[in-house]
Design a protein around this ligand. Structure first.
Ligand SMILES: Cc1cc2nc3c(=O)[nH]c(=O)nc-3n(C[C@H](O)[C@H](O)[C@H](O)COP(=O)(O)OP(=O)(O)OC[C@H]3O[C@@H](n4cnc5c(N)ncnc54)[C@H](O)[C@@H]3O)c2cc1C
Length: 424
């Protein structure tokens, strides 16, 4: 028997202009757009694939990337990714929002290769050395041990603002009255459903009866499911795990167990009681429970519900959003859904991406500075991808002009976004 010991700690000898933490859609877009601007970029991701909630939590489908009348609102790298995914899966409608997860993973890999980003998979940001308003280094936990990495600028695209939190920066979490976040949801897919006989309305009526009798524990008011581009398969986004803090590892663990119980409950309810589901099989649940909401940074601007319903167009806009305020009740049944006016959009201000207490972090994706209500709207995947694209360009401007992120000239940022096909 040979015995092997790790004698020397793993080191990464390359130096990078930018380190992006988190390879979700925001992180990939940030890394690719920065690399496109000439930066040497390292992207670290805790799993062995990219996509974040879209792949690790099987979140599906993309919410609309257009205004209600069909005018495009989210383009740039998002559109490139959407079309590449549909092209790879053989979908004739390249702009379809109903994308197959496995092809999305491949499209993301291709995007990384195309723009020349270096990726470290299976690498979890675990600590941050923060001094004089700057991240000096980060520690990444890997199979080769802990690795320390540094760069002049960082993008926090972890979805939960891990980098900001580990740096000790302040943040908000949940709704004002009790700090509760939107529910977590384990997405799953059922096969062998006869869609011709499956009547969602009838299924929901029966589900409510079962709930009343205490036979169903899930507090969700109905069954949320979507058509899927594979025959006889349906996607379910219907578990509702409430009352847990997704940034507390013990509570997150309990949430995973509870979610699987709810999934099994729903599967059995459908199989045993709903027409068209008699032969259904549970074929897949997401590798992890989906987190809708967690930490929100304290940035130079806090996006509010009024900005959304008032369709505010900010001077420092870096992306558009057409989605409603959509709050799944953090403490029980019901969903608040408030649409924005027809054929309109609001914008995301660059200032919401910059933590007020740091001089070398840009935040991309869902943890932007915002209220609980506002967050429920811009968190959708087309928008977080666009926010990521802007973050990468902003990082390139920090390098080019030797400035701090809060001093980036947003006119220049907007011009580069537009030149590259994005909409601001
Ligand atoms: C249940 C549910 C349903 C939803 N429904 C829809 C929908 O129908 N349509 C829609 O468009 N949007 C929907 N959303 C919202 C959307 O999926 C997310 O808000 C969006 O994907 C967030 O993207 P992101 O890149 O900011 O973060 P994430 O997708 O969370 O990506 C973060 C990435 O960072 C990695 N990471 C995290 N921490 C670390 C760390 N410490 N070190 C290294 N890597 C790390 C993660 O593995 C992940 O790859 C839903 C969300 C949920 C949870």
């Amino acid at each position: 028997m040979s015995v092997i010991q790790i004698k020397k700690k793993k080191e990464i000898s390359e130096t990078y202009d930018l380190i992006v933490a988190g390879g979700g859609l925001a992180g990939v877009a940030a890394a690719c757009s920065a690399a496109r601007e000439g930066l040497k970029v390292l992207l670290i991701e805790k799993y062995g694939f990219l996509g974040g909630m879209a792949t690790s939590a099987l979140v599906y489908p993309f919410m609309p990337h257009t205004e209600s009348g069909g005018v495009l609102a989210n383009a740039g790298l998002f559109l490139e990714l959407l079309q590449e995914t549909n092209m790879l899966s053989g979908n004739k409608d390249l702009n379809s929002r109903y994308c197959l997860t496995e092809f999305l993973k491949i499209a993301l890999d291709r995007m990384i290769e195309k723009y020349g980003v270096t990726v470290l998979f299976h690498s979890k940001l675990s600590d941050v050395e923060f001094r004089d308003r700057k991240v000096m280094s980060i520690t990444v936990a890997t199979i080769s041990g802990n690795i320390k990495l540094s760069a002049p600028i960082f993008i926090d695209a972890t979805g939960n603002a891990d980098m900001c939190a580990f740096a000790g920066l302040p943040y908000q979490i949940g709704r004002d009255e009790d700090g509760l976040c939107q529910p977590m949801t384990l997405c799953f897919r059922l096969a062998n459903i006869d869609n011709n006989r499956f009547d969602r309305k009838a299924a929901v009526a029966l589900y409510k009866e079962f709930q009343k009798k205490g036979l169903i524990k899930n507090t969700r008011e109905n069954i949320l499911s979507f058509k899927f581009p594979v025959d006889n398969v349906r996607h379910f986004n219907t578990t509702r795990v409430i009352g847990y803090d997704p940034t507390d590892v013990e509570q997150l663990t309990v949430a995973e167990f509870e979610a699987r119980k709810q999934m099994f409950e729903m599967y059995r309810f459908l199989r045993d009681n709903v027409e068209g589901c008699e032969n259904c099989k549970l074929i897949e649940s997401a590798p992890e429970i989906g987190i809708r909401e967690s930490r929100r940074i304290i940035g130079y601007y806090e996006i509010t519900a009024d900005d959304i319903t008032g369709t505010v167009k900010f001077k420092d806009s870096i992306a558009r959003c057409t989605y409603a305020i959509d709050i799944h009740n953090p403490s029980g049944t019901g969903t608040i859904y408030e649409k924005i006016p027809e054929n309109d959009y609001y914008t995301i201000p660059y200032r919401a991406m910059i933590p007020v207490d740091a001089d070398n972090i840009i935040v991309a994706g869902r943890p932007l500075s915002s209220t609980h209500e506002a967050h429920s709207s811009f968190r959708i995947m087309p928008v977080t991808t666009c926010i990521g694209e802007a973050a990468g360009i902003a990082a390139s401007l920090v390098k080019k002009y030797g400035c701090v992120p809060s001093d980036v000239d947003t006119k220049v940022l907007q011009n580069i976004l537009i030149k590259n096909g994005a909409l601001v």
